[in-house]
Design a protein around this ligand. Structure first.
Ligand SMILES: O=c1ccn([C@@H]2O[C@H](COP(=O)(O)OP(=O)(O)O[C@H]3OC[C@@H](O)[C@H](O)[C@H]3O)[C@@H](O)[C@H]2O)c(=O)[nH]1
Length: 427
């Protein structure tokens, strides 16, 4: 949302950016137009079941998302007040399904800006279908590859769970899609054209695409010296970087299996994940003897790192990711080999899009237990990192071709420009 705000500000538009206080520190440095983009903090009310001080999804395990949604719904009065004072022409939202009502009352138009894949939207949210029917793709869904298989359909059950005050997750998203003035998605035709066309047909309206909306590389802080120095010790294209985004907190056994999988690759590695459940530090949760065995070549780090800059470092050869949509784009627009280890249903769709539809990455095979074994993690990494493997060559070639075609012809900046123009026409 902030990268989009930067694009709008670049064209001279004024933006009021509503966010919880805690997120301010992370987002302020990314604001490239402080004279146009003003942050307006919301006070997140306390809600039974939501841990004290939690304000963003990064502060809580995924299972508590419904409580956070309730807290966000209860900021409606603060949001309405900001709208009343700011008199915006447009309001952008994703999860706040009540925004269309607010926009209407104050004479604004509203844009539902989806920052997940069009494939995930297309298969999950079809007008006239109930969430119980989703175990099979909707009629006319354009892919037999970007689907959930077997036990994975269990992931869809969360769509029917209460998610906020008096609304299920499915109803929340569907209401936003049906009632908004504009549906827009952070994607592009070249990657997800067939899914975007399907959504347009089903909702019988034009869907505006923003392209990947990534930050301008020149405008962000340089890579921390600690990682710059550490990565410089290794050969170009030799290091495996692993991160699972801002939301995933692993079980201790899963965390240890991931560490052992990295060890088993025999390659240098940097893993940046949160400490697992029940541990306050990474060190106390590491497998026995692990640090001694890998100290020359491996680091497991319990805090966030500057992912886009790490990925751009020449020593990085492989990115092991949960395939959150942000990481998916970052992997695609870098040169490293890509291995996905998806955790949630939506991340599985993104993974299938990349690994099966576009064939630019590989997916780690899941065990019956639902998690991933060290052998499968290491096997997937080696399958793309060992010299001259058929699979490694195939994904490298396809990835390079796609990246080249997206970057070379100004496609990405074209999307952002056309998107802003379309919205200008709308108001
Ligand atoms: O250490 C880190 C980890 C991550 N990041 C950045 O944080 C962002 C993470 O975003 P992702 O979309 O990949 O993943 P998250 O898990 O945080 O996102 C969430 O929203 C998007 C959905 O697609 C994901 O499924 C959901 O989990 C990326 O831009 C990445 O560069 C860091 O800068 N440092």
């Amino acid at each position: 949302f902030l990268h989009l705000a930067n694009k709008l500000a670049e064209k001279g538009h004024k933006i009021t950016f509503l966010l919880p206080k805690k997120a301010l520190k992370q987002l302020e440095p990314l604001n490239l137009f402080p004279e146009c983009i003003v942050f307006h903090t919301l006070t997140i009310p306390s809600v039974d079941g939501l841990p004290d001080g939690a304000q963003t999804t990064a502060d809580i395990p995924i299972t508590l998302g419904g409580f956070l949604a309730s807290a966000m719904d209860r900021t409606r009065g603060q949001v309405e007040e900001a709208v009343r004072l700011g008199k915006p022409d447009l309001i952008f939202f994703d999860f706040a399904h009540w925004i269309p009502e607010v926009a209407k009352e104050y004479g604004a138009k509203c844009v539902n800006f989806l920052t997940i894949s069009a494939a995930c939207v297309a298969i999950s949210f079809v007008p006239g279908r109930s969430p119980d029917e989703l175990t099979v793709p909707p009629p006319g869904y354009p892919s037999s590859k970007v689907v959930l298989r077997g036990q994975e359909t269990n992931f869809l059950s969360f769509l029917s769970y209460p998610f906020g005050d008096g609304v299920t997750f499915y109803e929340r998203i569907m209401t936003g899609l049906v009632k908004c003035d504009v549906i827009s998605i952070r994607t592009c035709q070249e990657i997800e054209g067939i899914f975007c066309d399907f959504i347009e047909r089903e909702f019988q309206r034009k869907v505006l695409l923003t392209g990947p909306m990534l930050p301008e590389p020149d405008n962000i802080k340089p890579l921390e010296d600690r990682w710059h120095q550490w990565l410089n010790r290794f050969e170009p294209g030799s290091v495996v970087y692993c991160s699972l985004g801002s939301q995933i907190i692993l079980e201790k056994e899963e965390f240890q299996e991931l560490c052992l999988g990295m060890e088993l690759t025999g390659l240098p590695f940097l893993v940046a994940v949160k400490p697992p459940k029940g541990a306050s530090t990474i060190q106390e949760a590491l497998p026995e003897g692990f640090e001694d065995r890998v100290k020359e070549r491996g680091v497991v780090w319990g805090e966030g790192v500057q992912q886009p800059l790490i990925l751009a470092h020449p020593s990085i050869g492989c990115f092991v990711s949960h395939c959150g949509f942000g990481s998916m784009w970052e992997s695609l627009l870098n040169d490293c080999q890509i291995v996905f280890i998806p955790h949630l249903g939506e991340q599985i769709f993104n993974t299938r899009l990349m690994s099966e539809e576009l064939e630019v990455s590989v997916e780690v095979k899941r065990e019956e237990t639902g998690w991933f074994s060290k052998e499968n993690i290491s096997g997937a990494v080696r399958s793309v990192m060992d010299n001259d493997t058929e699979l490694g060559n195939l994904v490298r070639r396809n990835h390079a071709k796609l990246k080249e075609s997206l970057l070379s012809s100004g496609i990405i900046s074209g999307y952002a420009n056309k998107y802003v123009e379309a919205l200008e026409k709308l108001v």
